[in-house]
Design a binder for this molecule. Structure first.
Ligand SMILES: Cc1cc2nc3c(=O)[nH]c(=O)nc-3n(C[C@H](O)[C@H](O)[C@H](O)COP(=O)(O)OP(=O)(O)OC[C@H]3O[C@@H](n4cnc5c(N)ncnc54)[C@H](O)[C@@H]3O)c2cc1C
Ligand code: FES
Length: 1280
């Protein structure tokens, strides 16, 4: 948070900003407050820190300081915010773990209008009654709905905040201290204090970059490798931040921040007559969805104009509204109209190099003028536009005759454009259906795009230009009617198309079974205990791998990676890079003393050896004194390639039969007989896109060489033993010389299971070569480029079924895009096959799995591990069955659900099945029947927005399918003072594993949690550990911990018997003096497993976790946007070890699945280059994506006799439930297609992006923009 004192207004202003974009030089006169500055566990935690922790809003904790500071900045400016303010404050924050609900719920407690009961009301939370249709709560006495107790919270007292530093206040009051100059290694920063000086400097240095918010220039420098040797920062020039009101509008000086602009416009809207504020309202609408608050707080209006981005959200409004710009140089000023002559080319303007933009004049609108602006982006909040537009029409007063029309579009050309031809054609015409038709055909001709245009989505973008005009058309019709002008009638069913999106504050309820009456207060198992590190995470004191303090002599490493997908390396030239400052050494394949061969299947290299097989393939590394020096040098290494034909997509791999062996098949029943018996047979296809892990902490390794060839590594890994093995192999030493230490991970989700291969051995090799500590943390773009993600899948199916909806035969083939090595692809494909029928009994079935060998970075484990892809294909065919029969998909699903005692395709009998209970409870809690009826009514009444529902079950098999991994160890030490040090083989990555293990140990040993400590996971305490993966870590490690603790208990028994009234400490002391070992190893192996693919027999899974979700969505058929209206989840997690953590996993997993199935799209060029390499272009769910109503209940009375204390695995199973959102969207699209006479099954690939939704809602507008014929052009991106 930055705080500045403004002597003019005598105000102290606090802003949350993005640290990575705030240049140090710009912080002159600013007080910087970080999360460490507002509270600490050692001193006193701040209420903001306390509440996010106690409300379970911190899992891995990597995002938590950012959340805390966004809230802190808000409260410093406004101690009694409304919920809308809280939501706005978080527009720019992301969390990959929690699903956001607990963060919002925690911070609702500070808001003036959000005083929720915290679930204390009789029937659950005051926000929603979660028990509709169920037994009354008098009957359910042990149902709990509160995961925290508000009474535990320290009150918030704004008067106790840290004061603004008095010295800075004094300095700020006499601010005009003179200009500043900072010299850096490559850039000089000049900060003039007067306009004259600024203009002189720009005259002298026309090449200088002007920087205000740095939100554009910062990106250019950091991500586009641009160098700006001279920077002029005019932030301290009062004239450049001024706002003046003129007779005909408002003038904003160029350095006014967007937050400032918004505040001024809001004020104007409140005070001016409405007809004058049409332009202002359009700008405010664009600003509502412009970046996040952190960006708007610093980004300037002038910066947006001068960047001249073709997808700027403000420039279309400025152009349509006829704004005027004042440009200045040292000799004077000139005024230019912001029209189509202002933007002269891609990111170019008519402003001369010596000139600066001084101000923009935004006019009042006229009485008969109407203005609207629309922005369409993949995600609503904090996202860049696909198409952005502003439209202004002026009528001859009192009529509907068009006098002036301006249609301005961004995203349709290299510059913001005006659709002049169309506008001119419509002049003098009446605002009615004829005009609409003409406008649409004309726009379709005028707003064309080359089918290969950068950004892709060509058909969608073209359709949007028409659809958005239609929205404008309808909006204007309504406004004209309100003004008493006689206009054509529009059916009421069209009006929802004009509604402006308003986010509703989400409400939620969480329901779980309380611990049995009589359970001792000291026994914490089953209670919603806070994550043990949560407070430290909220205060910034939690230590992650890269927080390990720098060692003396430490060096930094940067990777040299391939820019070609498939090529022979002809030469590597480091001569230019060698001369760069700070460079110490280079490493290539020849520098590997051990084996250069690595990977889970020994089919990878540490460094490329003569050939590269993907973009991002590691060729070498540079080691330098600092990160920046290493990265600069790495970029300067020149590599010559001879390019070879790459295989990028699944379809290309199928054509080339580029598959890895084995091609797996599972078959059961008699397929031929099944299809013969079927009364209907249909075929279908679905492609499921991949997913980036987007853990907030990227891959990181710090390697420290020790004596005797020992190497100590701090690694952010889910698989310490695998990391140990890979490093030892590359170094050519035995495993006992390599120590891997893991304190905690800032998220893993499977991405840090096997892919630590790419970084840890490289860093260890450098440390070994130079005998100095070496560190490397990947930048986000590198991490996304190199480390792979979830496998894209293509599913082809043929399904046979009866009139009743009963599925009797299924033949399904899966193709996964495995990438350039096998890694874990086989086990992932196998899990997809094991989940090919999801929760449905199919008597005659065959599934085949093909792993495509392509030239993409190898894809890897990701929460669900192929299961979600397999089940997604199942949901596609079951939906098709329902569509083709004209039946409700829910009816067909319910009808085919497994029954107790039935057998799976891999011959495992299902016992303890709770699917039916989850299903029925979910339907009743969600009020499904009423919702369905209401949605049908809604759809009849609305043409352009449609609602859809879906109920989707999941059955997730629990066990590693690779049998030997189903083992775990623990090592428990009891020290003489009675304190317990607990070690187990699992890593803590936010999922609360350590917390659960402490709960287990506490129960078995009978000591309070406060006496038990877990320091870290390391390969010298518990050895040969399985990765923390497959959802089984609590089961495996929990049982091993239980085993170790029981051994210790047994050893202590005699001492308890001798002194029954003694304390824990007494018994421990007595045992010690009696020379009894107080250290024990625990071990566990899952019993009775042993599936064999060849014979399709043997027990595969230890048990299953079940769940059902019902979701309702609303789509905007014209734009493809959708709202998640409600989701009800019922999840069987057995008897929960910790309901707060388990509900956190359900919600977090669900939101990650929501990203997978509706939002997250990795774009690859046809040459295999990943185009989406950061949060700017790859969108994970944000706060605004939470379903407006979210209910999660853990199925009651469902103890599981197969796992620790009757619990069940929960990490992965809930993810797939987000498919309910996808299929609800598909349901809504069906309703839209019906309006165009289209019925029956249709293909919808995942994710259900805005583009796919819009294109599927075929209508009069889409017909005007037919796609270019495939094969006649080279697309910008391909479906991999
Ligand atoms: C996370 C993120 C989200 C974003 N979201 C959006 C979005 O939703 N919509 C959107 O349109 N943009 C978005 N942007 C782009 C960016 O924030 C805006 O363009 C912003 O307004 C730039 O302002 P700035 O002050 O930070 O510019 P700076 O980076 O400081 O400067 C940008 C350019 O403008 C020039 N310049 C600035 N002031 C002057 C002047 N007075 N005279 C001459 N030249 C000048 C500079 O030389 C430079 O070339 C986003 C950026 C980020 C990082
Ligand atoms: S807790 Fe938010 S990213 Fe992990």
């Amino acid at each position: 948070m930055l705080s500045r004192y403004h002597p003019g207004t005598k105000q102290l202003l606090h802003h949350a900003v993005n640290a990575c974009l705030a240049p140090l030089c710009s912080l002159h006169m600013a007080a910087v407050t970080t999360v460490e500055g507002i509270g600490s566990v050692a001193r006193k935690v701040h209420p903001i820190q306390e509440r996010i922790a106690k409300c379970h809003g911190s899992q891995c904790g990597f995002c938590t300081p950012g959340m805390v500071m966004s809230m802190y900045a808000l409260l410093r400016n406004n101690p009694t915010p409304k919920m809308a303010d809280v939501e706005e404050a978080f527009q720019g924050n992301l969390c990959r773990c929690t699903g956001y609900r607990p963060i919002l719920q925690g911070y609702k407690t500070f808001s003036a209008d959000g005083e929720c009961c915290g679930g204390k009301e009789k029937n659950g939370c005051c926000m929603k009654n979660g028990n509709e249709g169920l037994q009354s709560s008098e009957e359910i006495t042990d149902e709990a709905t509160s995961l925290f107790n508000m009474e535990d919270f320290a009150p918030y007292d704004p008067t106790q905040e840290v004061i603004f530093p008095p010295e800075l206040m004094t300095l700020s009051k006499g601010q005009r201290s003179g200009s500043l100059c900072f010299h850096g290694e490559r850039a000089t920063w000049l900060q003039p204090t007067s306009l004259k000086e600024f203009l002189l400097l720009k005259w002298k240095h026309p090449e200088a970059r002007v920087v205000v918010g740095n939100t554009e220039v910062g990106i250019e420098v950091k991500l586009k490798n641009m160098v700006h040797p001279l920077i002029l920062a005019p932030a301290f020039i009062p004239e450049l931040s001024a706002v003046t009101h003129s007779e005909d509008g408002v003038v904003f000086s160029a350095a006014c921040t967007l937050s400032h602009v918004a505040a001024e416009l809001r004020k104007a809207v409140r005070t001016l007559p409405p007809h004058q504020t049409e332009v202002f309202l359009a700008i405010l609408e664009q600003l509502r969805w412009f970046a996040g608050l952190q960006i708007r707080n610093v980004a300037a209006v002038g910066g947006n104009i001068m960047t001249a981005s073709p997808i700027s959200d403000l420039n279309p409004v400025f152009m349509a509204a006829g704004c005027k710009l004042t440009l200045m140089d040292k000799d004077g000023s000139r005024e230019v109209q912001m029209d189509d002559s202002f933007f002269t080319g891609y990111r170019k303007t008519a402003v001369r190099p010596q000139e600066v933009l001084f101000s923009i004049h935004i006019p009042y609108s006229k009485k008969s003028q109407f203005v609207s602006a629309f922005k369409q982006s993949p995600r609503r909040e904090d996202d860049i536009s696909i198409v952005t537009t502003a439209m202004s029409v002026t009528f001859t007063p009192g009529t509907d005759v068009v006098e002036d029309l301006k249609l301005s579009y961004g995203g349709m050309a290299p510059i913001t454009v005006l659709a002049k031809k169309t506008a001119n054609k419509l002049l003098g015409r009446r605002w009615g259906e004829e005009l609409l038709q003409e406008a649409c055909s004309s726009l379709a001709e005028e707003m064309t795009l080359d089918p290969s245009a950068p950004g892709g989505m060509v058909t969608y973008r073209r359709t949007l230009t028409l659809s958005l005009f239609y929205k404008f058309y309808l909006t204007v019709l309504q406004k004209l009617r309100l003004q008493g002008v006689r206009v054509q009638e529009v059916g009421s069913e069209c009006l929802s198309a004009t509604q402006v999106y308003h986010q509703e504050t989400p409400s939620s309820v969480q329901i779980y079974q309380a611990v049995p009456k009589g359970q001792s207060q000291d026994d914490v198992v089953g209670r919603p205990m806070m994550h043990l590190s949560a407070l430290k995470q909220a205060t910034g004191e939690a230590v992650y791998c890269d927080d390990v303090p720098m060692y003396e002599n430490e060096l930094y490493l940067a990777l040299i990676t391939s820019t070609k997908a498939h090529a022979r390396i002809l030469s590597v030239d480091v001569s230019a890079a060698e001369g760069f400052p700070g460079v110490v050494s280079f490493l290539f394949a020849d520098d590997v003393p051990g084996s250069n061969v690595t990977g889970m299947r020994q089919d990878e290299t540490v460094f490329a050896d003569g050939q590269v097989t993907c973009v991002g393939h590691i060729i070498g590394a540079v080691v330098a004194d600092t990160q920046i020096h290493a990265q600069r040098a790495a970029k300067a290494v020149k590599i010559q390639y001879e390019e070879l034909q790459p295989v990028i997509t699944i379809q290309e791999a199928i054509a080339a039969r580029s598959f890895y062996e084995p091609i797996r098949t599972i078959q059961n029943g008699d397929l031929e007989a099944g299809f013969k018996q079927a009364e209907h047979i249909l075929e279908g296809k679905i492609h499921i896109g991949g997913q980036e892990h987007f853990y907030l902490e990227t891959h990181v390794t710090l390697a420290v060489p020790r004596e005797d060839d020992e190497m100590e590594l701090f690694v952010s890994t889910q698989a310490p033993s695998d990391s140990q093995a890979f490093v030892a192999k590359a170094l050519g030493v035995s495993a006992n010389k390599v120590l891997i230490r893991v304190k905690r991970l800032g998220g893993g989700f499977g991405g840090k299971e096997s892919r630590t291969i790419v970084l840890s051995p490289v860093v260890a090799l450098a440390a070994n070569k130079l005998k100095r500590p070496v560190r490397c943390m990947l930048d986000r773009d590198e991490d996304m480029l190199i480390t792979g993600g979830r496998h894209p899948f293509y599913g082809k199916y043929k399904v046979g079924f009866l009139n009743s909806g009963k599925v009797v035969a299924l033949d399904v083939s899966f193709y996964s895009n495995a990438g350039n090595s096998l890694d874990l692809s086989q086990a992932i494909m196998e899990r997809a096959l094991f989940h090919m029928e999801n929760s449905y009994r199919v008597p005659n079935i065959r599934g085949q799995g093909f792993m495509c060998r392509t030239n993409l970075p190898t894809n890897t484990a990701f929460r669900g591990f192929g299961g979600p892809q397999g089940m997604m294909v199942a949901e596609s065919w079951i939906t098709d069955v329902a569509h083709s029969l004209g039946r409700s998909a829910e009816e067909v699903r319910r009808f085919n659900l497994y029954l107790e005692g039935e057998s799976t395709p891999y011959n495992q009998i299902l016992h303890g099945l709770t699917l039916d209970r989850c299903w029925d409870e979910c339907l009743s809690r969600s009020g499904y029947e009423q919702r369905r009826a209401a949605a049908q009514l809604y759809n009849r009444q609305n043409r352009w927005t449609k609602r859809g529902l879906a109920v989707v079950p999941t059955k997730f098999g629990i066990s590693f399918t690779v049998n030997f991994l189903n083992q775990a160890g623990a090592l428990v030490h009891v020290y003489r003072d009675g304190s317990v040090l607990l070690n187990h083989g699992g890593t803590e990555m936010g999922q609360g594993l350590h917390t659960k293990m402490v709960q287990v140990a506490s129960r078995v040993l009978g000591v309070p949690c406060s006496k038990i400590h877990i320091s870290e996971t390391s390969t010298n305490t518990v050895i040969n550990t399985s990765p923390t993966a497959a959802s089984v870590s609590s089961d495996l490690n929990g049982a091993a911990v239980q085993n170790a603790c029981e051994i210790l208990q047994k050893r202590l028994e005699p001492f308890k018997a001798q002194n029954p009234k003694g304390s824990w400490e007494d018994w421990v002391k007595a045992a010690y003096f009696d020379r009894v070992s107080l250290s024990a190893n625990g071990f566990y192996r899952t019993p009775d497993l042993g599936y064999d693919f060849e014979t399709n027999s043997g027990r595969l899974f230890h048990y299953y976790s079940y769940g059902v979700a019902c979701s309702e969505v609303e789509i905007d058929c014209l734009t493809g946007a959708h709202k998640n209206l409600s989701t009800t989840i019922v999840m069987d997690v057995g008897r929960s070890l910790n309901p707060a953590i388990d509900i956190g996993q359900v919600e977090g997993g669900f939101m990650q699945g929501l990203g997978l199935f509706t939002l997250e799209e990795l774009q690859y060029s046809p040459q295999g280059v990943l185009l989406t390499r950061g949060p700017g272009s790859y969108k994970i769910p944000a706060f605004g994506d939470i379903p407006t109503e979210l209910s999660v209940s853990l199925l009651r009375d469902a103890p599981n006799d197969k796992a620790i204390f009757a619990s069940k695995a929960v990490g992965e199973p809930p993810l797939f439930l987000a498919a309910s959102i996808f299929y609800a969207i598909k349901d809504a699209i069906s309703a839209a297609r019906e309006e165009s006479g289209l019925t029956g099954p249709f293909r919808l690939d995942s994710p259900a992006s805005t583009e796919r939704i819009r294109n599927a809602c075929s209508d009069r507008f889409t017909k005007l923009c037919p796609p270019a014929e495939a094969g006649t052009f080279r697309p910008w991106s391909v479906q991999v």
